[in-house]
Design a protein around this ligand. Structure first.
Ligand SMILES: Nc1ncnc2c1ncn2[C@@H]1O[C@H](COP(=O)(O)OP(=O)(O)OP(=O)(O)O)[C@@H](O)[C@H]1O
Ligand code: SF4
Ligand SMILES: [Mg+2]
Length: 341
């Protein structure tokens, strides 16, 4: 299924994307004994200037999907269109130029900034690699980027360890912005930060989106964070998107039991409504993507599973409402949203 939003509005259009990692056995003669199906037939689009939130528990394939989109991995199958261009058809220098338009921000700002370099060097590095200007121009742009992310330009000559987690994530954001990208894939950008600075970094990302008309794929396992930032939300389970909808519709009327279970775990700030919240506890762990369950891959944990679910994989198809898709044989029975604030 391809999200049917008007094609020309889409900056990113992902079609049936697969990323399988081979599993090998043997020491001298290695042979492939199977595959980890980390991403298995994922399709969605993101309109320019919008944010798609991507949620799902650990191991569902979110990071692999982000890395495959920006070609850190070569996909096993499927297509990624960026600004109308099929990335599989673009090679060498042309691919290198397109990559400039797509940047990634990672969860851990401690690991993503090399401690041996000053933050001025780290922010300027992509501009030197892409030769975007003379040394003085790059220096001025680095100072400007520091101001854009709310840091003082005098910090240029300091090292990453001199900054707090929130400040380091701001530095990582400045580095990601240095080449004027159109798309940012933010992989759990606030999960490693203290709760007190999360909101500041989220607000910064939103302000930058407006200022530079950025498009975001925002990965998080925290549905309350995604609700704050996303226009549309995709829910991923074991390598597949199982539900995709506008944010409010997804939160108010989920069409997949997995989405409903995830939503039921989100605490609600209003104590009256919070009292009524019924948590749906999923039994068991996420199955291994090396031994994928037959039929609906959620059937081993689904509280609504029937015998058909163990045999036939449900189609990912349009459900109620506007551009709302889900993969469940019994989605009409899911209704009854989790209590909302
Ligand atoms: N390079 C790799 N080689 C083999 N398997 C991999 C590789 N990278 C990821 N995987 C496997 O693919 C699956 C998806 O992993 P991924 O890191 O994409 O999940 P995730 O949703 O980002 O999880 P988390 O929320 O913990 O970050 C996991 O089972 C993981 O073990
Ligand atoms: S198809 Fe069956 S197992 Fe899968 S989510 Fe729907 S009810 Fe649950
Ligand atoms: Mg991840």
């Amino acid at each position: 299924m391809v999200d049917t939003l008007v094609a020309s509005k889409l900056l990113l259009d992902v079609r049936d994307l697969q990323m399988y990692f081979p599993v090998t056995k043997g020491i001298v003669l290695q042979r492939t004994v199977g595959h980890v199906q980390a991403v298995d037939g994922v399709s969605f689009g993101i309109e320019r200037g919008k944010t798609l939130g991507l949620v799902g528990e650990s191991g569902s394939g979110k990071t692999t999907l982000g890395r495959t989109i920006i070609r850190l991995y070569k996909p096993t199958a499927g297509q990624v269109f960026f600004d109308g261009q099929d990335l599989a058809q673009v090679q060498g220098a042309a691919l290198w130029r397109i990559r400039q338009q797509m940047q990634m921000i990672f969860q851990d700002p401690f690991a993503s900034l090399n401690p041996r370099f000053t933050i001025g060097t780290l922010i300027a590095e992509p501009m030197h690699i892409y030769k975007t200007g003379m040394a003085q121009e790059i220096r001025s742009r680095t100072e400007e980027l520091l101001r854009v992310v709310g840091l003082r330009s005098e910090y240029m000559d300091r090292y990453p360890h001199e900054f707090s987690g929130g400040q380091r994530q701001r530095i990582a954001i400045a580095r990601a912005l240095s080449l004027n990208p159109q798309l940012i894939i933010a992989d759990e950008p606030v999960s490693a930060l203290d709760v007190s600075v999360r909101a500041q970094v989220l607000n910064l990302l939103q302000q930058l989106q407006r200022q530079f008309h950025l498009t975001y794929l925002f990965v998080s396992h925290d549905l309350s964070v995604v609700r704050h930032v996303a226009d549309r939300v995709a829910v991923m389970y074991l390598g597949k998107i199982v539900e995709l909808a506008d944010r409010d519709e997804l939160y108010l009327a989920p069409q997949h039991p997995y989405t409903k279970a995830l939503l039921s775990a989100v605490p609600i700030p209003d104590p009256q409504i919070e009292k009524k919240r019924q948590r749906i506890i999923l039994s068991g762990d996420l199955p291994s993507p090396f031994h994928m369950p037959r039929g609906c891959r959620f059937h081993t944990r689904c509280p609504m599973a029937q015998s058909i679910c163990r045999e036939i994989e449900p189609a990912f198809e349009a459900k109620m409402g506007h551009e709302h898709f889900a993969a469940c044989h019994f989605s009409e029975q899911v209704s009854g949203a989790a209590p909302q604030a």
